[in-house]
Design a protein around this ligand. Structure first.
Ligand code: SF4
Length: 326
């Protein structure tokens, strides 16, 4: 990790317009990502992790819409104001070569009626001018790096297991050496053993190519093992960001504390209790701090006013009134 910023997300608000309702799924998110880091986005399902990833990528189709905010990607030589680009411009100039997205389900990317080989050939046709022979050689190299045999190139996606399909999608995503890879629960549909192997392979590729990886997962163990820094989301907001080791050892935000406290520990004889209550309805979120109805430390100010983002130390921020000096 170089400490150089690759992505600035500034005050982004986005959500889903359904009839007259607006589901405020990402609310005022500000975030910086650094070159070569593995950044984890954690939080309960429905907290806005996947929506934030989609907004950063720019794959925005109704009912999803971005209401405000800017997203700036910096390569070593160029700067892209992603929020100002249409999907066609992103497709032509940014996706695959600079940013890629690994979705939850491989079949969102793969066409069941065409062979694996032809997915790769089409990608090379669109994004490079190498010949078919070279394309085949590179395809096999990528598939083998992810533990797949060369015979996989001749298969149709439906002839492969879920784990194999997800590896094919990861190989496609990494084909043009992107600088930023957005992985949305990339292994959540797989069994535990396959998950582990696949995440290890992804980690090795990240080390080899040194891309920045944003990993969305609700599984705190995955974050604990894989990520350098972590952002905790609650009800559409990032409530804490910090180096993963520090956040696990000394969580600051009451929600992060509850997430960490619920993790099973070696030697536990009792089942640890999760957080009581449920996340708010994002079409009508509570005023003030969105966590206040579930927070054991809630004060009057929490019910009235949204907490500011407080810098605790370098790269460590929390959004909570408990840390505001008054
Ligand atoms: Fe709890 Fe208040 Fe902090 Fe929100 S701002 S997490 S309610 S103490």
């Amino acid at each position: 990790m170089s400490g150089e910023t690759i992505l600035y997300v500034d005050d982004v608000r986005a959500g889903y317009s359904i009839g007259r309702r607006f589901i405020d799924a990402v609310s005022g998110v500000t975030l910086k990502l650094f070159y070569g880091e593995i950044f984890g986005l954690a939080g309960e399902s429905g907290c806005g992790k996947s929506t934030l990833l989609r907004i950063i990528y720019g794959y925005i189709e109704p009912p999803l819409r971005r209401v405000k905010g800017s997203i700036i990607l910096r390569s070593k030589t160029e700067e892209f104001r992603l929020h100002e680009l249409s999907m066609d411009e992103l497709k032509g100039r940014v996706w695959w070569r600079y940013i890629t997205w690994i979705p939850q389900g491989a079949m969102n990317v793969l066409n069941p009626t065409i062979r694996v080989r032809d997915h790769f050939i089409e990608m090379f046709r669109l994004h490079s001018n190498i010949d078919k022979r070279e394309a085949h050689k590179i395809t096999v190299e990528y598939l083998e790096a992810l533990g797949l045999s060369r015979e996989v190139v001749d298969a149709y996606p439906t002839q492969l297991s879920g784990g194999m399909r997800q590896r094919v999608v990861i190989a496609l995503a990494l084909l043009f050496n992107p600088i930023l890879v957005l992985a949305d629960e990339p292994t959540s549909a797989l069994d535990v053993v396959t998950q582990r192997v696949l995440l290890e392979q992804l980690l090795k590729l990240q080390e080899k190519f040194n891309f920045t990886l944003v990993l969305v997962s609700h599984d705190m163990d995955v974050h604990g093992v894989l990520t350098n820094r972590i952002g905790i989301m609650y009800a559409g907001k990032i409530v804490e960001v910090g180096p993963t080791g520090k956040v696990f050892a000394e969580p600051l935000h009451p929600y992060t504390k509850a997430l960490i406290a619920a993790l099973p520990r070696l030697g536990d004889r009792i089942t640890r209790k999760g957080l009581s209550g449920s996340p708010p309805d994002l079409s009508n979120p509570p005023p003030g701090c969105r966590f206040h109805p579930r927070c054991p430390y809630a004060m009057d100010v929490c019910r009235r006013e949204e907490p500011p983002i407080v810098d605790i130390e370098k790269n460590r921020v929390v959004s909570c009134w408990l840390y505001v000096k008054r």
